[in-house]
Each structure stands twice: as structure tokens, then as C-alpha cells.
Design a protein around this ligand. Sequence first.
Ligand SMILES: Cc1ncc(COP(=O)(O)O)c(C=O)c1O
Length: 388
Amino acid sequence: MQRYFQLPQQAVNFLAAKYGSPLLVLSLDQIEQNYKLLTDNLPGVKVYYAVKANPDERIVRKLAGLGACFDVASDGEMLALTSYGISPERMVYANPVKTPSGLAVAKQTGVHQFTFDSESEIGKMAAAVPGGTVLLRIRVDNPQALVDLNKKFGAHPQDALRLLNLAREQGLDVAGLCFHVGSQSTNVKAYLDALRISRRIFDQAAKEGFNLRILDIGGGFPIPSLSENVDVVFMLRQIHAAIQEYFAHTEIWAEPGRFICGTAVNLITRVIGTQVRNGQPWYFLDEGLYGTFSGVIFDHWDFELLTFKQDKKQPATIAGPSCDSLDIMFTDKLIEPLALDDLILVPNCGAYTSASATVFNGFSKTSTIVWEDVRGEIADGKHARATA
Ligand SMILES: Cc1ncc(COP(=O)(O)O)c(C=O)c1O
């Protein structure tokens, strides 16, 4: 099993004393190991990192150096990546419903690869980037995913040929299909079903004179951490075997977000207030639902809270620092009794956390330091457990 990035208590104390809290600590080595874990087990697959999961420039630059490509969702992401020197050929604008400013920036920066799932999108893409390369996103039902993206996106497979034909009529380079099984999908069957459906559509399209050459299997891969209790490697190998069976001669892309960055960031947060309400302890932290814990709402993520204490756990309410009563991350969370100023370590904080944090109530976004830059500062050189 893979080990993952988790700071030891000594590092937590040192970093909080030196850099303050709340604090995010990013391991770029972990980013690299996750990238390699994916590419080793899905050999030949071209990785388009989904920037939305964590757009931190250091992550993007690290991945660019490793040879990754990028899934971008907006004008902002295209402009940011362009400013880092990433060429437009390495981006796919993979938002099925693109904004006018997004299309204008695609034209301006030279991004010419798109995904779409509806008729209304075809004319928009053809007008902005004539002859652009397009992949049709098909719907894959997977209620077992943590975040079911198929409620909002994906054309019904029965509509696929009609949409491919309409795109061809508008002069677009109809290159293939894509799908997204939903985020944090621990269900490999969803990928296998999607691959079979895609094969069927590729074959039907061939009969109508299409030469589809790209299949994008999207993101959704679960984070490769111990706590998830999922054999991610086995899952990837099953997907690879199905690709070999159905798409041995097709260019395969993937758009992982969470898998790459989820385990690479730890949050250090501090207890800034305690109370007892209705007989239950309440702990107020210096990071809340409007910050890194935004993943509780937007990503349905159940964060692990590590206190380094051995006492018996008790149900408690954990709240954030804002004046909003919505700003409660957990109720009845089993946790060791805490006191003012205690530090909590939250691992697996890299995906859909800082990316969706706000500055509500005037709190700044939590800053991120890079573990590999600071680990040498820790007195006796005992470092965090990094991945194997
Ligand atoms: C089009 C697209 N690709 C990739 C991703 C990344 O998904 P994940 O982080 O589950 O790998 C998303 C997430 O919303 C997405 O919408």
C-alpha cells in the first residue's frame, strides 16, 4: 500500500510557531509520486491535470516539468497557465458549457482542444476557433461517486452520433469522446461500463465515416491514501486492462484532479475558542467552512482531524472562525478533548479545499508553504512521513 504525506507532531509544532496558523503545507514530492503512480499504472495515458482541484502555481509548474498536460475550465485558468509558459497544445478547455470570455481567451491564447455535450455549444466553438478539435462528453451514471458530475453534464449515448455529425458539419475536428465517472469514484465498474459504451459509439461513428482517435477517460480516481481503504493500484490496473481490450490503438487521455493533489497538502489549524453547549464540547478553529474546510460543503469531504493526543474521544462540534452560524464543519465528531491553542493536523487537504476557499468576514486565504523548502529547518531533522 502507498504511504502518503503526513507531518509528524514535531513538524506541526515547529511550523505553527514559525509560520503561524492556519497554515497549509504542500509536498511537491508527493505530487510527483502521485503523478508517477498514475502514469506507471496507466502506461501510455496522457495526463491532463484538472487545474480546478488545486490551481497552486507550484503544483502546476511541478507537473509541467514532469510532462503533464492540463484540463482547464475557464479563461482564468488558461491565462494563468499561459503566464507560466505552458503552451496551448498542452491544454484542453474541458468545460462543456463555455463562457464568451473563455472562448475569447481560448482564441487569444491558441487553446484549440475542447469538450462539449450539447448542440448549443457547437456553433460557439466553431465561431471562436474554426476547425477546433472537439471531444463529445457522454453521460455515465455512477451514483456511487462522492460527487456525481453526470447529473449536470454528459450527452446521452443515444444522442452521440447526432452531435458528432452536427460538429463535423460546422467544420470542427471531431476527434473523439470523453466521460467523467464522478469524483472520488471507488467504483471501477463505472469506468469499465463507460469504456464499453465508448467503444460502441466509436464503432458506430466509424460506420458514418468518422475516424475517432482520442478517448478521454476523465478524472474521478480516488485519492491514493491509506485511509480510503481502496486498492487504487488494482483499480487502475483493471482500467488499463480494459483500455488494452477496447482501445489498444486509440490515444487515451485522463483528467485527474484529486488523485494528483489530494494527499499532497496538510492543514495545520488551531483551537481559538472552546465552549460547552447543550452538554457537548464545541471547539472553534482558526480555519473554517469558508476557508480550507469549504470542501465539507462543495466536495462532501469528511476531513480527518489528528490531535496527537491519546485521551478517549468524545463527540464534539467543530466550528470555524467566522460570525456565520453556517460555519460549523462537524457535529458529533469523535475527537480527543481539546484546549485553547491546541493544534490539529488535517491530512489529505489538497483537493477542492483552498481552491474553493473564500475571504468571507475578511479572513485571508490560508497561505501555503512547500514542505521540501522548509523541512531542513526542523531542528533534529526528523522529517514527515513522505510517500514510499
Ligand atoms: C471536466 C472535469 N475533468 C476532471 C475533473 C477532475 O475530477 P477529479 O478531481 O475527481 O479527478 C473534473 C472535476 O470536477 C471535471 O469537471
